[in-house]
Write a protein that binds this ligand. Structure first.
Ligand code: CU
Length: 613
């Protein structure tokens, strides 16, 4: 990260936690922070209420970097003991989450080094996203601020609408002034940011529907080799003895928990599980949730050399969860007083810091006037293409009138090309499968990435390399192996955008994606991966065609890990070649090992295949 010298480090730092789009940063130009209220909340403790803005979330943008921008803080020396933040509109109330929300905001102390990522321009001491967890240190601990410390906020705003949105960051800080009896009784604690992708400019990972075990996927444990043989990004080695006094997790919709462990030699002890409590009646699928934080009396002793390790659990039955996160904000004080996690159970149920929030209450999923694309006549394409222009898929948008709204037809074995013409305006779009009819109203929990099969284009558009969610390309090709049927999709960035296309043929075949009546066997015993694609020969016998999914997996300890899957359809009595693209974990593993023992399974048939580079 230091290869580029100071400039490189700064650029990386600006982008850290953030997907940067410096070009759009003008939106914060006129923003200022001001103190809008103060009151005493306990003897010697004052709650200072600040508002920072106005911030303009540009039409449809998801890539705004405006920071780190310096913000107001209490004067003089003292301790911060609690931080809470939210996003509000010009009228002071929080806008609905599905319209505009804080993807994440991080508060940094620019005058200190971050303990777990020293290349950053400051020390991360608080963060919030749409779950709006309140950070509060237990008595008698506090985060010390010197009069000269400069505080900044770094954020990413997600605007799910085609209109500009004006918002403000509201934050509260509980403050104990130096020189008071309360300050004399306060013990300093320092923040430790432990992230499953710590140090990465855009610390995210994808969770595929159906991955993991029993509907649960743990990152990084179930991801194979996500760090590609490099150091584990999800660990921090304690630089001294001390006591952990606070921990809170952050994750995204679909996430269930963030686990913080202490690793000592080859022993591992759970320090705390920060659980997601979903208020959403639809289950763990939206931002209508809160994370648990450690209880007031939680104290865990760590020794110099111990590792703090974080992992995160997502559900995988409902949908795929793209660009997910998992991290824990931990505070540690010098000195003793903690309980040994290897001698006794220290993990305890936590507290949620808020209940259901009204801005996360529009769930969506209600009937609309949009058509069911499965019942629309065949549409046409221009040169097998769909243009995404001004927030509309053309042709095939569910909102489009007449023939333009009919699903374009793509021949079996061919691709439909999607091109994002809004990319130049820094508006990314996706083509993400959702279960038909995918025509219900937009809300925090509708639509979901729950198509069958699931596909996703990534965020079509451009951004600074490595520091952005953008796919760095404007177009995407639909999978060639889709079976006959009408495929509905939406845009993950602007979920009210919906479209459909069609692969012609027997629609009954599309409605039942399970195995066909025939029986497939895997003929190949060895294969080579060319450009990450493994071609295997399958033979179909029996009373009908063979159709299903060919899955490639490898053993990782006692677990089986999927490294690629591909649907197939082979006529009875025939032999066919199925080309399976290895996933990232599979490619990384093959690169390291040179060859792999792969179990190829298709509708009950199994064969071990030696796959070489
Ligand atoms: Cu979009």
């Amino acid at each position: 990260m230091n290869a580029g010298g100071r400039l490189g480090a700064t650029a990386a730092a600006l982008a850290a936690l953030v997907t940067g789009m410096a070009l759009a940063a003008g939106s914060a130009h006129a923003a200022t922070s001001e103190l809008v209220g103060r009151r005493s909340v306990a003897p010697g403790v004052e709650r200072l209420h600040y508002r920072y803005g106005p911030l303009v979330a540009g039409a449809g943008q998801n890539l705004i970097l405006a920071g780190p921008a310096t913000v107001e803080r209490p004067l003089g020396d003292g301790y911060a003991t609690r931080v809470a933040a939210t996003l509000v509109g010009p009228d002071g109330t929080a806008p609905p989450v599905e319209r505009v929300h804080m993807h994440h905001a991080v508060m940094l102390n620019m005058s200190r080094k971050d303990a777990t990522a020293p290349d950053l321009p400051g020390e991360r001491f608080y963060g919030f996203a749409e779950e709006k967890t309140v950070g509060r240190l237990p008595q008698p601990y506090g985060y010390p601020l010197k009069a000269t410390d400069v505080i900044a906020v770094n954020y990413m705003l997600h605007n799910g609408t085609p209109d500009n949105q004006v918002v403000y960051i509201d934050y509260e800080l509980d403050w104990i002034q130096a020189g008071t009896p309360q300050a004399d009784a306060t013990i300093a604690a320092r923040p430790l940011w432990v992230d499953v992708e710590n140090g990465k400019a855009y610390p995210v990972f994808d969770v595929a529907r159906g991955s993991g075990t029993k509907g649960r996927f743990t990152y990084p444990d179930d991801a194979g080799d996500p760090y590609a043989g490099g150091p584990r990004r999800n660990e921090w080695t304690a630089d001294r003895d001390g006591t952990l006094v606070f921990a809170a997790g952050h994750l995204h919709p679909g996430g269930l928990a963030v686990d913080l462990d202490v690793v000592r030699g080859d022993r591992r002890a759970r320090a705390f599980r920060s659980s997601a409590r979903y208020f959403d009646p639809n289950g763990p699928v939206s931002w209508d949730m809160a994370m648990t934080i450690t209880p007031e009396d939680w104290r865990v002793a760590v020794r110099k050399g111990d590792k703090l390790r974080v992992s995160t659990v997502y559900e995988t039955e409902r949908a795929s969860w793209y660009e997910s996160m998992g991290l824990a904000l931990v505070y540690m004080a010098d000195g003793g007083g903690g309980r040994d996690p290897f001698a006794e159970k220290v993990d305890a149920p936590g507290d949620v810091t808020h209940g259901h929030l009204p801005e996360a209450g529009n769930y969506g999923g209600a009937a609309t006037g949009l058509p069911d694309a499965r019942r629309l006549p065949d549409g046409q394409t221009v040169a097998d293409g769909v243009a995404i222009d001004n927030f509309v898929y053309t042709p095939g948008d569910l909102t489009a009138p007449g023939a333009l709204g009919s699903p374009p037809v793509v021949a079996p074995g061919s691709s439909l090309r999607f091109g994002n013409f809004d990319a130049a305006a820094q508006i990314p779009h996706t083509v993400t499968a959702c279960r038909a009819p995918c025509n219900r109203s937009t809300g925090v929990s509708y639509p979901l990435a729950d198509g069958d099969p699931q596909f996703d284009s990534g965020q079509l558009g451009y951004g600074p390399q490595g520091y952005t969610a953008a796919a760095q390309r404007p177009d995407w090709y639909s999978p060639k192996d889709l079976r006959p049927g009408t495929y509905t999709y939406f845009c993950r960035v602007h979920p009210y955008m919906r479209g459909a296309f069609r692969v012609p043929g027997d629609p009954g075949a599309a409605a039942s994606p399970g195995a066909g009546p025939g029986r497939a066997t895997v003929l190949s015993r060895r294969a080579r991966a060319r450009r990450g694609v493994v071609a295997l020969r399958l033979r179909c016998a029996g009373g009908g065609d063979c159709a299903g999914v060919l899955r490639l997996s490898v053993r990782r300890g006692r677990r089986s890990m999927t490294i690629g899957r591909r649907s197939y359809r082979i006529g009875t009595g025939r032999t066919g070649v199925v080309r399976v693209r290895l996933n990232r974990a599979g490619r990384a593993l093959l690169k390291r090992r040179g060859s792999l023992r792969v179990t190829a399974s298709a509708a009950g048939a199994r064969r071990v295949v030696r796959v070489a580079r």
